[in-house]
Design a binder for this molecule. Structure first.
Ligand SMILES: NC(=O)c1ccc[n+]([C@@H]2O[C@H](COP(=O)([O-])OP(=O)(O)OC[C@H]3O[C@@H](n4cnc5c(N)ncnc54)[C@H](OP(=O)(O)O)[C@@H]3O)[C@@H](O)[C@H]2O)c1
Length: 270
């Protein structure tokens, strides 16, 4: 018997770098995993990455979970097909390598990151939390980054929506208290070793699959007592690592503020 046998899970952002590890872990634990994406090619790519795990338990759906209409259509499709939904993981939003101070962030970048990194979470929570609450059970897990709490210069398009996402979590935890739904946010501190960072990532960084294993545990009955928690994985004292001298060295306009060498700053500390 596997941890998630028989459960229907929705992994929003499952086509992403971190999402891939989450989808793989849920499939390994026996869940039926629904992955929505705006892009058919991203779902095809994910199927290829999953290899033999992409059985009938892998359910790719084209749709726009970041907009009300799209999210409601996905919700209806899932409920019509399976009759229930047991777990949601929202691993939505991307990083930014624009490396500009807030005063120089172009308006279109600001709007794009608000949309992708915060509004997508708002719409997903607004659409799927009521489904879980109506069933009086289920888990809802948000994936976040430490930029939510640590002010990193030249990273405002990610940091400010991330802070909003964290507050969204805290608000829904209060609003759904006593509903039977367990809501938690998992914060990945520093970089995650994903497929896209395979060329320069360090072997001791936390991996997308490790995050997957942890979020699968959170969705299982084993974690029934975990609710309303903000859980930091791979905790590194971010502020102390990003002292001014390091930042100035990396802050060449047009360059990524976090070049591969700087990633050693985010190593897992045990
Ligand atoms: N990667 C890291 O090193 C790292 C470190 C710390 C924290 N995190 C956190 O992990 C989460 C995921 O990051 P990632 O690196 O996996 O990002 P990613 O590879 O860029 O993937 C982003 C995912 O979000 C979806 N998405 C983005 N905007 C959307 C929108 N407007 N509507 C619907 N779906 C949207 C994309 O779906 P489509 O298929 O539709 O494009 C894609 O699946 C974020 O919350 C991030 O803060 C990541």
């Amino acid at each position: 018997m596997k941890k998630l046998d028989g459960i229907i899970a929705l992994i929003a952002g499952g086509t992403g770098n971190v999402g891939e590890g989450i989808v793989r872990a849920f499939l390994k634990e026996g869940a039926t995993v629904v992955v929505p994406s705006r892009r058919a090619e991203a779902l095809d790519q994910l199927r290829e990455y999953l290899g033999p795990l992409a059985t009938n338990n892998f359910v790719p759906l084209i749709g726009q979970i970041g907009q009300i209409e799209g999210a409601e259509r996905l919700r209806d499709e899932i409920l019509n097909r399976f009759g229930h939904l047991d777990a949601v993981v929202a691993s939505l939003g991307s990083s930014w390598d624009g490396n500009l101070p807030l005063t120089q962030v172009p308006m279109e970048v600001w709007r794009q990151y608000l949309e992708n990194n915060l509004t997508s979470h708002f719409v997903t929570a607004r659409t799927f939390l009521p489904v879980l609450a109506q069933q009086k059970r289920g888990s809802y897990t948000l994936l976040g980054g430490s930029a939510a709490e640590v002010p990193i210069p030249n990273y405002s398009p990610v940091a400010i929506p991330a802070a909003g996402q964290l507050m969204l979590t805290k608000v829904v935890v209060e609003e759904f208290r006593g509903s039977g739904v367990r809501i938690n946010e998992v914060i990945a501190n520093g970089w995650v070793l994903t497929r896209s960072k395979a060329g320069y990532g360090k072997s001791d960084w936390i991996t997308a699959d490790e995050i997957g294993t942890f979020t699968a545990h959170l969705a299982s009955d084993e974690a029934n007592m975990v609710n309303g928690s903000i859980i930091n994985l791979n905790a590194v004292p971010f502020r102390s690592l990003f002292c001014n001298s390091q930042r100035e060295e990396f802050a060449t306009p047009g360059q990524n503020s976090f070049p591969p060498e700087s990633h050693t700053l985010f190593q897992k500390q045990v």
